[in-house]
Write a protein that binds this ligand. Structure first.
Ligand code: FES
Length: 115
């Protein structure tokens, strides 16, 4: 059975220096998806300007996929989004954002803590 996942994504470009603004997306899907699958679907089907880190390990080990999902930092490769729900996704470290969901690991390393 097909359904819709609605996602509002915080976007920012630190090189331009603009403030965070939120852009809304809808994904039609026949199954629940991980955060990273949803971001890739958005990137491939409707918005190739969206910046995010794609898989490294894909197994909850490297933390390169971290994002803030509804205010909580999660690993995108291992966190499911469910059909029929609406989510907000933002950069995991807003103080170190380079662009959209990509942040500078070096600038935020001192704040990283095990999940
Ligand atoms: S891709 Fe490595 S923890 Fe998610």
């Amino acid at each position: 059975m097909s359904g819709t996942i609605k996602i509002s994504i915080g976007r920012k470009d630190s090189f331009i220096g603009n403030a965070v603004h939120y852009q809304d997306y809808e994904i039609q899907t026949g199954r629940d998806m991980t955060v990273l699958e949803a971001l890739q679907e958005i990137y491939l089907t409707c918005d190739p300007t969206l910046a995010f880190r794609h898989y490294r390990c894909g197994r909850r080990l490297c933390r390169s996929c971290e994002v803030k999902l509804d205010g909580k930092i999660v690993r995108g490769c291992a966190t499911l989004l469910h059909r029929g729900r609406t989510y907000r996704i933002e950069a995991a470290r807003p103080e170190a954002v380079i662009r959209d969901l990509v942040f500078d690991f070096d600038a935020s390393n001192s704040q990283l803590a095990p999940e």
